[in-house]
Design a protein around this ligand. Structure first.
Ligand code: URA
Length: 434
């Protein structure tokens, strides 16, 4: 089976957000573990999310996997989504891009205007990608918001306050944070902690009751009807889907139930692959999968590229007309072309640019107008040799009737045209007439 992976942020909405993330001093290094870089999200950014989850801040597992809510807290959240019938139609962001530093609860930054403004842009982009809310006849796809923890609730309220309230048709559940029963990763086994955990899971169950009717497009049907007991059990933790993580991460980073990353003071994180991962490493796609899926898929993708993109490397030398107002033509220059796009124009005497060593430049006869398509000329003339006319003609009506014209001009021209663009490109590299 091919292994899915998260495609990342290269879209018009999310790329600018990721390119311009705030670091120190907006996220001050004394308050946040900025040394591990920002961790932005987990889940679908393509508008297919039905539920928006807001967590608090990434921990050490998130710092390694580069996606949020992947450790024990993440597997608990994944289990919650599974109970709502959601296996992939969700998107998650945290209140903060960085782990809160030791000795700091995170509460002191919840009203920070720059942090809020950046987070609100993320929420704006998620709502824009989804077309807004989808319930109550709305045209969008988002059907519910779940906040985990008091800071997540506050962050959500900041966004709704800035956006005229909760969008119509959106169900909202404010739940206790999934690690509220643990103290710095260690379960608290006291009686009061057991009561706290029971209260927390009662709240999670109430959330299920409120959210299930609101999620009109679950990934799986029938939607489970199960509820939480008084404490978490093994089945409440659900494996993080591969499609949520960057490519190539080992399976234990999604499915291990024991911590595989531990902090050793600041700024150290110790990562240890579980012994089971060493004994039975994650299965990579087999040679049979490569033969049946990978090879044909790559071949099809290569064939589907426009002809110009399949042109590879080429170079043309001559006098280059730059089209810059007032600029003189560049004599003895070479144009280097990679996959149909001009990579460089430079004096022919200069060493070829990187990647073009060994590419022989074809000599253009005349001027080169880079990127200029001369619509008056007949493109096949780029490939045909000049006709040595046998006599002087007075006007164009005469040469078209000459017996050699069909053999030397119109015949070969027709052949080139019917052979399609590739033949033209291959021949056209030899001579450019303009
Ligand atoms: N990891 C996260 O990414 N967010 C949380 O709120 C907790 C753990």
């Amino acid at each position: 089976m091919p292994i899915e992976f998260c495609p990342g942020y290269d879209t018009a909405l999310f790329r600018p957000l990721v390119e311009t993330f705030p670091g120190h001093p907006v996220y001050h290094k004394d308050k946040f573990r900025v040394e591990w870089g920002p961790i932005f999200h987990r889940g679908r950014l393509d508008g297919s999310a039905r539920v928006l989850v807001i967590g608090q801040d990434p921990a050490q597992h998130e710092g390694i996997c580069r996606r949020i809510l992947v450790g024990a807290a993440g597997q608990r959240v994944q289990g919650y989504l599974a109970r709502l019938g959601l296996t992939r139609s969700y998107v998650m962001v945290n209140v903060y891009l960085y782990s809160v530093a030791p000795g700091n609860s995170g509460g002191s930054s919840i009203n920070d205007p720059a942090i809020t403004a950046y987070r609100n842009l993320w929420l704006d982009a998620i709502f824009a990608a989804s077309g807004g809310a989808g319930g109550a006849g709305g045209a969008g796809t988002l059907e519910a918001v779940i906040t985990f923890g008091t800071l997540a609730k506050k962050a959500w309220e900041k966004w709704t306050a800035a956006n005229g309230g909760v969008p119509a048709g959106l169900a909202v559940a404010n739940l206790t944070h999934p690690t509220a029963d643990a103290h710095f990763g260690n379960p608290d086994t006291s009686a009061s902690a057991a009561t706290k955990l029971k209260n927390m899971l009662d709240g999670w169950n109430a959330g299920l009751d409120a959210l299930r009717p609101a999620i009109a497009h679950p990934d799986i049907t029938p939607v489970p009807t199960t509820r939480y007991g008084t404490r978490f059990i093994a089945q409440d933790l659900v494996v993080i889907p591969a499609v949520d993580l960057p490519p190539g991460l080992p399976a234990f980073m999604r499915d291990a139930t024991e911590a595989w990353a531990v902090r050793d003071g600041r700024p150290k994180i110790i990562v240890t692959a579980p012994p089971a991962a060493l004994a039975a490493p994650s299965a990579a796609p087999s040679a049979a999968v490569h033969a049946a899926a990978t090879v044909p898929a790559v071949a099809a993708a290569l064939a589907a590229r426009p002809a110009a993109r399949r042109g590879g490397l080429s170079a043309l030398k001559g006098t280059v007309v730059t089209m810059k107002p007032g600029a003189a033509p560049l004599a003895n220059h070479t144009i280097y072309i990679r996959d149909g796009v001009i990579a460089a124009i430079q004096p022919s005497a200069q060493a070829a640019p990187s990647g073009f060593a060994g590419v022989t430049a074809s000599a253009a006869e005349g001027f080169i107008f880079p990127g200029f398509i001369e619509l008056h000329n007949h493109l096949p003339y780029n490939a045909l040799p000049l006709w040595n006319v046998p006599k002087k003609f007075e006007h164009r009506g005469q040469w078209r009737d000459h017996k050699d014209y069909k053999t030397l001009i119109t015949g070969p021209m027709k052949t080139i045209v019917t052979a399609g663009g590739e033949a033209l490109v291959a021949q056209g590299n030899r001579i450019i007439r303009s």
